[in-house]
Write a protein that binds this ligand. Sequence first.
Ligand code: SAM
Length: 221
Amino acid sequence: MKPWIIAGEAVSPDGTRLELVEHDGEYIIKADGLPLMSTRMHHSEIELARLVCRKLKPGARVMIGGLGLGYTLRAAIELLPKQGTAVQVELVPEVIEWNRGPLAPFADHPLKDNRTELVQDDISQVIKRSKNEFDAIMLDVDNGPSPLVEERNSWLYTDHGLQSIRTALKNGGKVAIWSADDEPKFVSKMTRNGFRAEKHRVQAHNGKGGIRHIIFTGRKT
Ligand SMILES: C[S@@+](CC[C@H](N)C(=O)[O-])C[C@H]1O[C@@H](n2cnc3c(N)ncnc32)[C@H](O)[C@@H]1O
């Protein structure tokens, strides 16, 4: 059996140890030793974009929090209308480097696409300084509202965080939030904070059966 090879290492600003490992052509990003993303399983990351980026108007501006392996970014770019822009925000500089290096071909080089605007920052900070700016915001920075990989991300799922996301969206704009598990009260929390909210169960792998993830969507009311 071929060994797993460490292709990159990083420490996030909050001290989470990230590792890029490769085995027989598959790459995995691990966070503190646990798999966060794999090139073999990314269907729900694509659905995250599909649920909120259909029927965008020309010149639409969308934002993605969390680059990972670039699949959500690629899916969003493919759905952009004319003169559309996808703003990709990523916290960890090494993740950006890996996406310019060995990970680049997996999502067909999304960082090289001229419709991509890359911002190296904390998505919460970008949301806090944005007002009526985005037609869609996609968040895949953590395992969902709880439990968290990065403690800093907890703010995003609070009432204040959800209200700031709403402020960053244009009227009628949509948010999609990825979650590994169901959070029974999260739809009502989104509703309380000014969204027409829904919960979607999506397959981790394309095909029938297997692991499912949750995507919460909300339209700014
Ligand atoms: C699960 S991965 C995203 C996967 C991505 N949807 C894809 O299609 O490959 C999570 C990413 O979010 C990044 N991240 C975590 N916290 C963040 C934050 N506060 N702001 C921006 N990026 C963050 C991590 O470094 C990691 O690259």
